[in-house]
Every structure is written in C-alpha cells, then in structure tokens.
Design a protein around this ligand. Sequence first.
Ligand code: FAD
Length: 572
Amino acid sequence: MTYTAPTREIQFILDHIVGLDQVRETERFADATADVVEAILQEAGKLSTEVLAPLNRVGDLEPATLENGVVRCSTGFDKGYEAIAEGGWVGMAADAEFGGMALPMTVATAVNDMLSGSCLSLSLNPLMSMGQIEALEHHASDHLKSVYLPKLISGEWNGTMNLTEPQAGSDVGALASKAVDNGDGTYAITGQKIFISWADNDFTANTCHLVLARLPDGAKGTKGISLFMVPKYIPDEDGNPGKANSLRVVSLEHKMGLHGSPTAVMEYDGATGWIVGEEHAGMKAMFTMMNNARLGVGVQGVGIAEAAYQHALAYANERKQGRSPIENGTGTIIDHADVRRMLATMKAQTFAARSIALYCAVSIDMATATGSADWQARAALLTPIAKAFGTDVGIDVANLGVQVHGGMGFIEETGAAQFGRDVRVTAIYEGTNGIQAMDLVARKMMDGGEAAFRLLEDVQKYSEKARSQFPELTESVWSAAESLRETTEWLVAQDDLADRFAGAVPYLRAFALVLGGFAHLNAASVEGGDGARTRLAQFFVKRLLPEHTALLQHVREGASDLYAITPEDLAL
Ligand SMILES: Cc1cc2nc3c(=O)[nH]c(=O)nc-3n(C[C@H](O)[C@H](O)[C@H](O)COP(=O)(O)OP(=O)(O)OC[C@H]3O[C@@H](n4cnc5c(N)ncnc54)[C@H](O)[C@@H]3O)c2cc1C
C-alpha cells in the first residue's frame, strides 16, 4: 500500500472549513484564485504520490551516512529533492522579488502536509529552508538577501537552523557558542551544535547554517544571543560557492526513526559568519523561523497521520479474521467494532488536526495581508496548538495504525511501524509539546486571555448557525467551548505560573478538541444531511470531544498536589 495525496480532503477543508476565500479576497493574495490553488494542490499531490512516497521506505532502510566527513544520503533522495526544487516548492511562500511564488501560507501548509505524508525525512530538508527564507526576508541585510535568497528559493542551496547544544536544549539561552567581530563586516563563530537536521547532503551546492551564538558583550540568557549566517562554502564575488568555511559535520546520530534525514553534530571553529538582524536580537530573528517551522512540524504530524490511516484502512479491508459480527459485512476485520472504532478515531482526529493547522495558516495569512492585531493574536494563539495537537495526533494515529495491523504492525515490512518511529520526534523538536503548551498558557495569555476569548466567542457564534439542523451536536460543541472559556478565566487569574504550567498540556489538548469539534460540526453542516462527514462529526463530538471535561478538570487542579509528590515519592 502506498500513499495517495489527500487533495480532495484538503480542498474541502480549504473551501468549507477554514475559509481560504477571505485570504484570496485580500489584495496581497489576490493571485491565489480557486483555479490556481486547485492546480497547485493537484501538482503537489502528484509529486507526493508518484515521486516522494516511493522514497519513504528507502530512507528508512538506508539511513544517511557520514563517509570521510561527507554526508551520503539515501538512494534516490537526490532525484526526489531535485523534483521538489524544480517544481518551485521550496519557494512556495517566498517573495516573488527573489523568485518565490508568494503563495499564501495556507497553500504552502497544505502542500507541506502532502510532502510530509509521502516522505517525512526528505521533506524536512525543504521545510528547514522555508523557515530560513522567511527569517532572512524579515531580518537580513539587503546584501545577504541578494546572495542567499535566490539560491535558497530555487533549492540550489539548502538551509538549516542551529540552536541546540548539549547543555542548551529547551533552554536555548544556555548556549555557549561564541561570535567575535572580525571588524570587516564578518564574525568568527566557534562552538558545537548538536541534533542539526540536514546539516549536510550530497545534492545541494551549498548548505547555509543559521547559527545562534553570543558576542563577548552579549548578556546571559536569551537576550544576549545573536544570529549568524554561516555557509558551508563562502560565496565568491559572483555569489557562487567559493572557499570552504571552518565548519564540519563531526558525526551523525543513530535515531529511532527519520533515518533518511541526517541529524548531525556540528563543529564551528572560527567559521566566517554574517549577522542576521541586530546584535543581541538573534532570538527575535530565530523566532520568525521557528514559528514558521512550528506550523510546518504540526502538519508533519498530520501528514503522517494521513499516511498511517491510509495504510491501516487498506489492511483492514483485506485482512480476514473471525466471523463478521454484522449482517452484510465485508468479512474482513473492518467489520469488528473495535477496528471500526480505531479507524474512525484515526480519520476523525486527522480531520480535526488538519483543520486546526490550516486555520492557523489562514490566520497567519490574514495577519500578513491586513496587518490586523486581532489576526496576529489569533495566529500566535493557534501556532502552539497546531504544532502540539498535530504532532500528538500523528503519534496517536500511527500507534493505532500498528494496532489495526495486529502482529503485522510490529513487523517492519508492513511499514506501519515506520510511521510511528518517524513521527515520534515531531513532538520533541521545534520546542517540545510541553514547551508549546507552556507558551500557550503564559506568553499567549499575556493579553489576559483576550485572543482565546475572541476565538471561543466565534466558535459559539458560528456553532449556533448549525443548531436547527444538528441541535445535539451544536449543544455539545457550544457547551464544550463554554467550559473551555470558564477554565481559561480560571487560568488567567492564576498569578503563579506554576499553577498554569501544571495543567498546560491538558489545556492545550482540550482547546484542540473544542476546535476539532467545531470543524466537524461545520463539515456536517456543509454536507447538509446524513452523509459520511455527518457520521464522522457525530463520532467525534459524541465520543472524542467529551474527553475535554476530564482534561479541564485536570487543568483546574493547579500545581500544589503535583509538587506535593516529591522526588522521593517517585522513587518509592
Ligand atoms: C531528530 C532530531 C532533529 C533535530 N533537529 C534540530 C535542528 O535542526 N536544529 C536544532 O537546533 N535542534 C534540533 N533538534 C533538537 C531539538 O529541538 C531538541 O531536542 C528539543 O528542543 C528538546 O531539547 P532537549 O533534547 O535538550 O531536551 P530537554 O530540554 O532536556 O527536555 C527534556 C524534557 O524536559 C522538558 N523540559 C525542559 N525544560 C522545561 C521547562 N522549562 N519546563 C517544562 N518542561 C521542560 C521537555 O519538555 C522534555 O520533556 C533536533 C532533535 C532531534 C531528536
């Protein structure tokens, strides 16, 4: 069973659930007409299904290796990358000035969903470049832009992000890499970075590292960090790769999954770098890249959920086991209630996570196009939810996919296990999901919860429109939003952040379930009767949404009982 890009499903969500229309009605994105978007989805779907999906297993079986300091990639990844670059997909959302397509983030996110679902390990490469392009567009000097953007956008060069060091993971501010001003417009960068994705390869002409380091007068913590462009080969006067820079891949990690993506330990030994943005303002510039990447990682989870679901559905439709418990059954395991439950959960959760991610992207586009503070706040609020819920769903769905396969799920040749191994890291990198949840309840609630309240008001207002058609479903979604609103009031009233953090993860999940319920209700409404989308909405709202009650109860417990459990208790 191979992957088939879910273009129809994505098109439905864009047209009916998240309102891509409002994006194309803005002057900025007027070119993203319905025809253009449809053609783009079809083309990206074809690339994903026909070119990238066949590489997925190869990447798993033939991990990238380091040979005499050179990274050798999995067989066929060069051709797969070439197809991505030639199609212009690296520069989908980039400015047209440097060769980008200037498409809405919503369309780029939909495409990233398909690229991720077909071959996660290879698609991580252009995803990193996309984030780097956005960071450079916003923060780099005109000179850096003119040298790097055309090459990154065309895919001739690729980009990486270098934050992590052994002692500086979630706590980026603890980094020790140093930068010294060379006095000629360049800086000397020295330090070790770990876990760097796609730090090298054997198919792009240059690899451009965005590296966080501290200048001698940089304050301790995140405030004293600066961001530097440190290319593998220093561009010559014509902008072509010239002298090799003083940096090297020390080793590649042996990982649980995502084998096709080289994850490197990097050493910078007085490497030549150029500052991006202001001195000591590196985190601000890096955040541009990280926000982009967070949504991108959220749809990595959605993409894998889709792939794992397709795999499990195909298996369930073939595997015969036991007598069918229903009349006119198919005679395969899909007839069993528990298998039906698993498949419905997989499908319904994937729809919810995809809708949230695409609505987050719509909010980003509306913020970009209108400059509206409300849209900005909505995009900021939704980003950690899209990242954490999308990746949690990816993991849950891949796990259920293994279960649907029974023993064969545990056997590598079916490919079901690979989805679970590959997607696991998405809840860890780009800020762990725990850190995302803390961001949601702290930084994103610095407005006293205003953005959250406005979103919940919209959920309630628009749910009302479905009340006459679906009274029960509407009431469930409406009152779940109400409970979430009340808990949000409780949350923002907690001055001690520990009380918010203790329930941050369940809060984020409850928020996502409410938004997911709303998306399903809308889908049922659009369908207008007793069809597949309505039955799936009923399943989600009646069986999955009620989890929000327990989650919100968890949130309101605060931190005291948690910290009452001592490290000694845990060692009991
Ligand atoms: C395959 C892979 C690819 C990666 N690619 C890149 C890359 O390209 N570039 C890059 O810079 N990095 C990359 N990373 C690193 C990744 O971003 C980090 O692993 C991640 O940020 C977590 O840091 P850590 O591993 O040090 O875990 P830690 O920070 O040690 O976290 C351990 C646990 O403690 C929790 N925790 C930590 N601090 C807090 C806190 N303040 N409050 C509550 N809980 C906390 C975490 O949520 C986690 O559960 C990659 C990692 C992997 C595995």
